[in-house]
Design a protein around this ligand. Structure first.
Ligand code: PLP
Length: 384
């Protein structure tokens, strides 16, 4: 099968939990959904969590809950998965990209300030920063900008459950804890830290947003007697908003709960793997690495190297059955976004990053032998 850049790990205990759940009375919404939500909220350190069908659905519901609609302008980064920007388009809003920092590959805060200042006050409504590759965005700094400009923040934390940054008081601020962001989202796609196949989570500390999300997740329908405009009897429900079916099945939540138990173990292993890569490549002339030692809170969804002969190295590794990947092709260069007026050259740092980035294997079940093989093959490529 070879060694891929990322991979889920399903344990015997995970399988038993799924089997148990399959034998229960609940196939769609059951007790495992609420259990997963409360355990995830506890893990992340926030008040509320809403489990949904995938990370993209999570982004869509967040955008709806902060009222993105036609004419609403939102900023995100071009180095992310397209869904971080697409959620704005689903609601009819306009996407503005802000270039990345060349060192961290995260949204460039200085450029963010310049972009906001280049438009009249009130032009922008919100920001969607991304904890790209697992490195936490400094949301304390972004929050300052947001407060000055009355912007909401949706943190795309898909890559970083368990990741954190140190705030100005020296406190660890965990990704998605919503201390600074209004809302945060996660994905449980197989290569992510916690895998349910398809699955996602929204976290927030805002009760009003939480209640809106619960409604929107299930067609905008409620049975909550306190919210009904009338009550015809026990069967009665009302559709109060135009919502969706973005529910996640109980059985997948059973898997999520079981995976969550190993989240810290997986994170520890990711950091060990990263350290070994870092030591192997730190003095190499052609290999540049995200400066993660400055950020011990890195969650290492990805381990990215930057190399001048990226295509050649990618192809060489494939001959060794090592399947590296590229994250990401800048979103503004996608034909859909070019159709909206973006073009090559708009975000030069992101584009230069794209030309030489490569994600090499990083997942908790990567064995020492397999990692040695990856390191050896990369060094061999350079004739070392
Ligand atoms: C940064 C980022 N945002 C959003 C998503 C969308 O998540 P999903 O694939 O669960 O819809 C992903 C994952 O694929 C992602 O990596």
């Amino acid at each position: 099968m070879g060694i891929s850049y990322g991979k889920q790990f399903i344990s015997e205990e995970d399988i038993q939990e799924v089997v148990k759940s399959l034998s229960s009375d609940f196939l769609t919404q059951g007790p495992k959904v609420a259990e997963f939500e409360s355990k995830f909220a506890e893990y992340i350190g926030c008040k509320y969590a809403v489990a949904v069908s995938n990370g993209t659905a999570a982004l869509h519901l967040c955008a709806l809950s902060v009222d993105v609609k036609e004419g609403v302008n939102v900023i995100t980064t071009p180095i992310t998965f397209a869904a971080s920007a697409n959620c704005v388009r689903y609601c009819g809003g306009n996407v503005f990209f802000c270039d990345i920092d060349p060192e961290t590959f995260l949204i460039d805060i200085t450029k963010l300030k310049t972009l906001i200042a280049s438009k009249p006050k009130g032009f922008f409504s919100g920001i969607i920063p991304v904890d790209f590759a697992g490195m936490a965005v400094n949301l304390e700094e972004i929050k300052k900008i947001a407060l000055e400009n009355k912007l909401w923040i949706i943190e795309d934390a898909c890559h970083a459950p368990g990741g954190y940054f140190m705030d100005s008081k020296g406190v660890k601020q965990f990704c998605g804890n919503s201390q600074f962001a209004d809302l945060a989202i996660f994905s449980f796609h197989p290569v992510k830290h916690i895998a349910t196949g398809e699955g996602g989570m929204i976290t927030t500390n805002d009760k009003k947003l939480y209640e809106k999300l619960i409604l929107l997740r299930t067609h905008g329908i409620t049975k909550n007697e306190e919210l009904l405009t009338k009550n015809d009897g026990g069967w009665y429900y009302e559709m109060q908003e135009l919502g969706f079916n973005y529910r996640i099945p109980d059985v997948l939540c059973a898997l999520g709960i079981s995976q969550l138990k190993r989240a810290n173990e997986g994170l520890k292993r990711r950091r060990e793997i990263a350290k070994k890569y870092f030591d192997a490549f730190k003095n190499h002339d052609d290999i540049k690495i995200q400066p993660f030692e400055l950020h011990s809170g890195h969650a290492f969804h990805l381990f990215i190297i930057r190399v001048s002969k990226r295509k050649e190295l990618y192809d060489y590794l494939r001959t060794k059955n090592i399947f590296a990947q590229v994250h990401y092709i800048p979103v503004h260069t996608m034909p859909y976004y070019k159709g909206l007026g973006f073009k090559e050259g708009d975000f030069p740092v992101a584009e230069s990053y794209y030309r030489d980035c490569l994600s090499i294997p990083m997942y908790p079940s990567l064995t020492d032998n397999d990692q040695d093989m990856v390191i050896k093959s990369i060094l061999e490529f350079y004739g070392n």
